[in-house]
Structure formats: structure tokens, C-alpha cells
Write a protein that binds this ligand. Structure first.
Ligand code: EPU
Length: 431
């Protein structure tokens, strides 16, 4: 099993180029199944979740051609099955997106119940509610979601909770439905807008994405397109936190600063100096970090996917900070691991952490409970005294491309290792 070993204490500085957003690219790849024509998707990250989904759609007959590391051409004309059974796909959360697109085009689909990160209760009732409103019959049997419809007809769907996944999935099913669909209490995240823009570039008629009411006028067919995925605001935010914890000076390049406002505002409140350009943000963390309160909320609130990383930064802030995650009920599982490094954090009621600032963290062997918690532990290791070993990095690699290489370019001492021999070698070389 691969791990990261980190020798902490280096001040990180320089520029890092941010890749395409995994959580936008996943539904966009699924959306490519809605047409028989060629679709070219640029700026996709080369990470496990994306590659698993690409393999899964090629197993049901889509032609998937890698044009380059970050560009892919998909042609879904020859799809011969609407059942995704790939063992790997069961493990990713986004396995539910082909349900929306296959149902939309073929009026039937069978996909595994989603897996993904273990961050609390993750129902799919709102996806089901939306599909049923369009006329589909949904059954769950043997771990699979089975959807069938004679035809899909547009309808009004009011989501009981704001959900990114269900908003996108029902949008995927509705673009080829007869008549009009209105999604109310829709999620507003930048990737909802990105998926809508992608679908509109294929000839769909979607209005209002980015607000809480999305109106979709069904069209007869969609055509091919070429599209570039938006930058990954969570990857960018992660490097911004790395600047804060190492007292570094990092410029995240190829970003949309507007998407990062909630993160930038918190870092500024904590005392970091930020400079913003059209497509970059520079974070100077050479300051005494100040305590703050964070509430992870739906967009444009502070993103839940940045909650573990900011909690690590707040370990270094003077005084007591409070972090609440209102989106998922089990997203503080990493706190036990951080405690091994000397953090002083108490979790109350499952979704609130009380973080007492401390002088330093010390390196320890810790394990990633999920993707964002894993990367937060890496961030902690960058600032900790001595050596940190982060186990179970396959979680991290589901969503971060070349994390170790990008961090090394900024001056970190980090290595991906397989065994004790490689760990010893790293320790001997580390300065
Ligand atoms: N929810 C329901 N019913 C549903 C769907 C969701 O009650 O049918 C609840 C969830 O339990 C949660 C809330 O609604 O409490 C929000 O869930 P949402 O549907 O927005 O999340 P998701 O689609 O499961 C995506 C990302 C997550 C990210 C969340 C929130 C993907 C593959 N996953 O999950 O990303 O945290 O949106 O922004 O896009 C990550 O990248 O590390 C990650 C976990």
C-alpha cells in the first residue's frame, strides 16, 4: 500500500497550476452519453475517480479516446448496454451520474448504489424523487439502482434538501424529456453551472443554473461539442491552506477567483495577505494566524470539501476556533488522526469541532479516512515537526493529481513510498 512520507517545517513558496475540477468533470463525462456524436472534453484531471468512470462507460460500448493526459474524446453511439456493473465503479460516488444520462437517452439504466468517501449518511432519495417526477420507475435490488420509463415528461421538482448530486442528475435526465422541467431549491455550486453550460453547448435548453430555480426545456436530441472543464476550486483552496500553515507564499494559477471567495475571505480574516488577479490568487501566510468561526454550507458558503483543511490551519491559530459542517454528519473522522499529531480538538454532536490553537504539531503515522481529510493530514504534516507518514493515500489519489510532485515544486519534502526500505531512504536523505 502506498503512503506519503513528509518531513515538515519547510516554508512553501512559488506557483502551482490548478487542474480541472473532478466534481464537474465526472457529470460532464456522464453527460457525453446523451449524444451519438463526438464530444471532446478538455481540462479533465488525471485522477482515479475520472479514470474509473471512463473505463466504466467504455465497458458499455462508448468509445473513449485519450487525446492527451487532460483531454478525452467520447463517442457514445455504439452503447450496447445500459447496465454499469464495473466493480470499481461501485466504489465511487459519481457512479450515480450515468443513471441520469442513460435514463435520459435510453429510458432505462442500471447502476450500482454509490460508494465514495465515508463522510456520513449519504442518501439518494432526492435523485429518485426527481426521476420519478419525470415518469421513471425506480427499484433498488441487489445493490443496484434500476430505472425504467416508457417516456420521460418534464415536471416540477422541489428538492427537500439542497443537493449537488441530485440537481445535476435530474438535469441530465430532463434535457431530453418531453416538455418543461423546473428544479426548485436547486444547488448553486459552480459545477452545476459548468454542467449546464456543457449541456447547452450540446444543444440543451437550460436556464437559471447558478440560482435555486433551474428551468429546462426538453429538446429532441443533443449534438457533439468541445468543452473545457472549470478549474478545481478545492485543489486551489488546499494549496492556499498549505501557504497558511507553512507561513508560505503560494500563487495558485489557472483559477476562477470568484469561485474561491469563501476560502479567500476566511484566510484574510485569519490574517493572511491575499492578492488577486484575473486567473490567480497569491496567498502570503507569513503572519500569526488568528482564530475564526467556520460554517461549511452550500455555495456560496464555505465548502464542506475544504472543512478538514481549514481545521488543520486553525490548529495553528491563537485561541479557540469553531468549525461546523452543516452538509455531512460524519466529516470529522480525521480528528482522531490529527490528535496523534498533538492537535487539541473536541468534536461535539458529530458536526462541530472546537479547535484550540497550539504552538506546534508533531509528525506521526496517520491514516486518511477519506479524500479531503487525507489531504488535510498531508497539510498538517507539511507544518509539523519531524516526519509524518500518511497511510491509505488511494483516497487522496481519487481527487488530487500529482499532489506530491506539486508540493515538492513548492519546496516541500514529501515522497510517495511503498515500503519501509523507501521510508528509511527518505529519512536518510531528508534535511
Ligand atoms: N442528500 C440527501 N438526499 C439525496 C442527496 C443528498 O439527503 O438524495 C443530502 C446529503 O446527505 C448531504 C447533502 O444532501 O447531507 C448534500 O449532498 P450532495 O448531494 O450535495 O453531495 P454529493 O452529490 O453526494 C458532491 C461531491 C462531494 C461534495 C458534495 C457537497 C461529487 C462526486 N461529490 O457530493 O465531494 O462534498 O457534493 O458539495 O461530486 C469530495 O470531492 O471530496 C466530495 C465528497
Amino acid at each position: 500500500m502506498e503512503k506519503y512520507i513528509i518531513k515538515g517545517g519547510n516554508v512553501l513558496s512559488g506557483e502551482v497550476s490548478i487542474g480541472g475540477f473532478k466534481n464537474a468533470a465526472l457529470p460532464i463525462i456522464a453527460a457525453a452519453l446523451l449524444t451519438e456524436e463526438n464530444v471532446v472534453i478538455d481540462n479533465i484531471p488525471d485522477v482515479k475517480d475520472i479514470n474509473v468512470l471512463l473505463d466504466a462507460i467504455s465497458e458499455i460500448g462508448a468509445v473513449v479516446k485519450r487525446i492527451s493526459r487532460h483531454s478525452v474524446m467520447i463517442n457514445a453511439k455504439g452503447i450496447y448496454s445500459t447496465c454499469l456493473e464495473n466493480d470499481m465503479i461501485k466504489k465511487i460516488r459519481a457512479s450515480y451520474y450515468p443513471l441520469g444520462s442513460l435514463l435520459g437517452r435510453f429510458k432505462k439504466a442500471v447502476v450500482p448504489l454509490p460508494g465514495g468517501c465515508n463522510i456520513g449518511n449519504r442518501p439518494i432519495d432526492q435523485h429518485i424523487k426527481g426521476f420519478q417526477a419525470l415518469g421513471a420507475e425506480i427499484k433498488i435490488e441487489h445493490g443496484m439502482i434500476i430505472a425504467n420509463a416508457d417516456k420521460l415528461v418534464g415536471n416540477d421538482v422541489y428538492f427537500d434538501v439542497t443537493t449537488v448530486g441530485a440537481t445535476i442528475n435530474v438535469m441530465l435526465a430532463a434535457v431530453l424529456a418531453e416538455g418543461n422541467t423546473v428544479l426548485e431549491n436547486a444547488a448553486k455550486e459552480p459545477h452545476i453551472v459548468d454542467v449546464a453550460n456543457f449541456l447547452n453547448s450540446m444543444g440543451a435548453n437550460i436556464k437559471g443554473a447558478g440560482t435555486d430555480v433551474i428551468r429546462i426545456k426538453g429538446v429532441k436530441a443533443l449534438h457533439g461539442t468541445e468543452y473545457s472543464v472549470i478549474p478545481d476550486q478545492i485543489e486551489a483552496g488546499t494549496f492556499m491552506m498549505a501557504a497558511a500553515v507553512t507561513k508560505g507564499d503560494i500563487t495558485v494559477k489557472n483559477v476562477i477567483p470568484k469561485h474561491l471567495e469563501a476560502i479567500s475571505a476566511k484566510l484574510a480574516e485569519m490574517g493572511c495577505k491575499l492578492t488577486e488577479g484575473d486567473d490567480y490568487i497569491r496567498v502570503n501566510g507569513n503572519c500569526n494566524l488568528k482564530r475564526t468561526k467556520v460554517r461549511a454550507l452550500e455555495y456560496p458558503g464555505f465548502p464542506t470539501d475544504m472543512q478538514p483543511q481549514i481545521t488543520v490551519a486553525l490548529c495553528f491559530a491563537e485561541g479557540t476556533s469553531i468549525v461546523t459542517d452543516t452538509i455531512f454528519d460524519g466529516r470529522f473522522k480525521y480528528v482522531d488522526e490529527l490528535t496523534k499529531m498533538g492537535a487539541n480538538i473536541k468534536v461535539e454532536g458529530g458536526n462541530t469541532a472546537i479547535v484550540e490553537g497550539i504552538d506546534k504539531l508533531t509528525g506521526a503515522q496517520v491514516s486518511s479516512p477519506d479524500l479531503r481529510a487525507g489531504v488535510a493530514l498531508v497539510t498538517a504534516g507539511l507544518a509539523a515537526d519531524g516526519f509524518t507518514i500518511v497511510d491509505d493515500i488511494e483516497y487522496i489519489e481519487r481527487g488530487y493529481e500529482q499532489l506530491d510532485e506539486k508540493l515538492r515544486k513548492l519546496g516541500a519534502q514529501i515522497q510517495r513510498v511503498r515500503d519501509d526500505k523507501e521510508i528509511k531512504k527518505f529519512k536518510l536523505k531528508a534535511v
